[in-house]
Write a protein that binds this ligand. Structure first.
Ligand SMILES: Cc1cc2nc3c(=O)[nH]c(=O)nc-3n(C[C@H](O)[C@H](O)[C@H](O)COP(=O)(O)OP(=O)(O)OC[C@H]3O[C@@H](n4cnc5c(N)ncnc54)[C@H](O)[C@@H]3O)c2cc1C
Length: 440
């Protein structure tokens, strides 16, 4: 098994970095068990990294870091039940390609596909479409290596409580080595990117959400034009998406990178650049396989905060966001990404028991983001928002306890599988245990 010392790790956005004492790349389940056994014996803490695409300090450790980059791929396919079992380190882009060969697809994905399946599940990664839950809702079964090196397989039948707790558990239950996913026969979608005026969007928002399988919109600060993206099944055959990908690369990446750099050098340009970007948005209609359309390249580095709020507050919230931005004249040019997600019953999922509108705020890497994020977070909290676990936020244990009815029970169950807290780092300790009420 590959093993490194003096390793320097940093996440995608460079908002988190660390120097773990050891970095392990297990290539079998046996290797993973051996690492966890050794860590338990030597009182070492372990964190697992997927693709490092979370913005917070979830992965950070000075002790042992484990990557499942050598434990990937499809293990089993069940054509009767439309499920596949994959190894925890499998990246979503590899999974999509493998599923396509088998005639399947994931029913929904987020806007990139670089994440590992285990990382995406553990943080509640989501796409858009009110008929679809987040990625963890696609999971039928999870297999962990828990503290002491024990194998634990969880599903709704063998332990529904532990299963629902473990689905969004930020690496705190142990190392996810296998995931059984519900998949769908690979669909062809028609994707339409368009411009609409904000008042028209607001008037027709319910219709947009209900009439489309997948709908999202990008609200540019200070601009009247909003970009809408819809995706729906079509019987038309798929076409090459090379031109679309090329346009995306040029407009949404290289050109956007150039103007973002201008904003970094001269922040006061942000307002006009935001308005210009809204006008330049690519209008397009494309028919292609769903997995080719869900994800787009994101070459411009940014810092992101995202909250899920109850769907019924969507309109009020975006109106307040727009007004606050204009009032306070933040120097921000990145559009605000707005999506919808169906309710679920996963204990720490931001969509737990409520259909949700997810609103994401981005700032170009290197530009000031704190005041903007703080003020937007106040709005999100006013509407009972719950933060995305992989993105920036300022919430504490006492806030989470109010947000999540199963919070205390989650901690009790977590302790059953990891009583010595070997899977907890300083950041998670602060987030989950900084409260008198929970006995550790
Ligand atoms: C450009 C960009 C676009 C994004 N788009 C979206 C989006 O559209 N929708 C959305 O919801 N989110 C989005 N995100 C956030 C991202 O999907 C999540 O933060 C996700 O967790 C990242 O997956 P990862 O593999 O990088 O996990 P990491 O960030 O490496 O890890 C995340 C958590 O998962 C745990 N983990 C990883 N592997 C395992 C394992 N094998 N066993 C147990 N625990 C494990 C880690 O310990 C950590 O707690 C985006 C992020 C970026 C940078």
């Amino acid at each position: 098994m590959k093993q490194l010392q003096n390793y320097k790790w940093r996440n995608w956005s460079s908002t988190s970095n660390c120097s773990p004492e050891r970095m392990y790349y297990p290539s079998s389940i046996h290797d993973v068990v051996a690492i966890v056994e050794a860590a338990t014996k030597n009182h070492k803490k372990i964190r697992v990294v997927g693709a490092g695409h979370s913005f917070t300090n979830l992965v950070m450790t000075e002790e042992w870091l484990v990557s499942l980059d050598n434990l990937t791929g499809v293990k089993e396919v069940d054509d009767n039940n439309h499920t596949v079992t994959v190894y925890g380190g499998t990246r979503l882009y590899d999974l999509s390609k493998a599923l396509e060969k088998l005639g399947y697809a994931q029913e929904n994905l987020g806007d990139i596909n670089l994440q590992s399946i285990a990382g995406a599940i553990s943080t509640g990664t989501h796409g858009t479409g009110i008929q679809f839950g987040s990625i963890p809702t696609q999971v039928k079964e999870l297999t962990f290596v828990t503290a002491g090196g024990n194998l634990l397989t969880l599903n709704e039948e063998n332990n529904v409580e532990l299963f629902k707790a473990s689905l969004v558990s930020l690496g705190m239950f142990g190392i996810i080595i296998e995931v059984k996913l519900q998949v769908v026969p690979s669909p062809v979608y028609r994707y339409i990117s368009d411009h609409v005026y904000y008042p028209n969007l607001l008037n027709n928002l319910d219709k947009y959400i209900l009439d489309n399988q997948h709908f999202e919109f990008f609200m540019f600060p200070y601009a009247e034009q909003v970009q809408t993206k819809t995706m729906n099944p079509t019987n038309t055959s798929p076409k090459s998406i090379k031109l679309h990908q090329w346009n995306n690369l040029i407009l949404e990446n290289y050109m956007f990178q150039a103007v973002s750099h201008l904003c970094l050098l001269t922040p006061s340009l942000s307002r006009s650049i935001s308005r210009l970007s809204a006008k330049l948005v690519n209008k397009a209609t494309i028919n292609a396989k769903s997995y080719q359309l869900f994800a787009t390249p994101r070459k411009v580095r940014f810092i992101e905060m995202e909250y899920g709020i109850p769907l019924e507050h969507f309109k009020e919230a975006i109106q307040e966001i727009r007004e606050t931005i204009v009032q306070n004249q933040y120097t921000v040019h990145f559009p605000i990404e707005c999506r919808t997600v169906k309710h679920d019953d996963i204990w720490l999922s931001p969509s737990y028991k409520r259909d949700s509108a997810y609103i994401a705020f981005h700032v170009y890497k290197g530009m000031e983001y704190r005041t903007y994020f703080r003020d937007m977070e106040t709005i999100m909290k006013k509407y009972n928002g719950r933060p995305h676990w992989g993105k920036m936020h300022q919430q504490k244990t006492k806030d989470f306890r109010k947000m999540y009815p199963k919070w205390d029970r989650f901690i009790q169950l977590r302790e059953l599988v990891d009583p010595e807290k070997i899977f907890i780092n300083r950041y998670l300790d602060e987030l989950f245990y900084n409260d008198e009420r929970v006995k550790v």
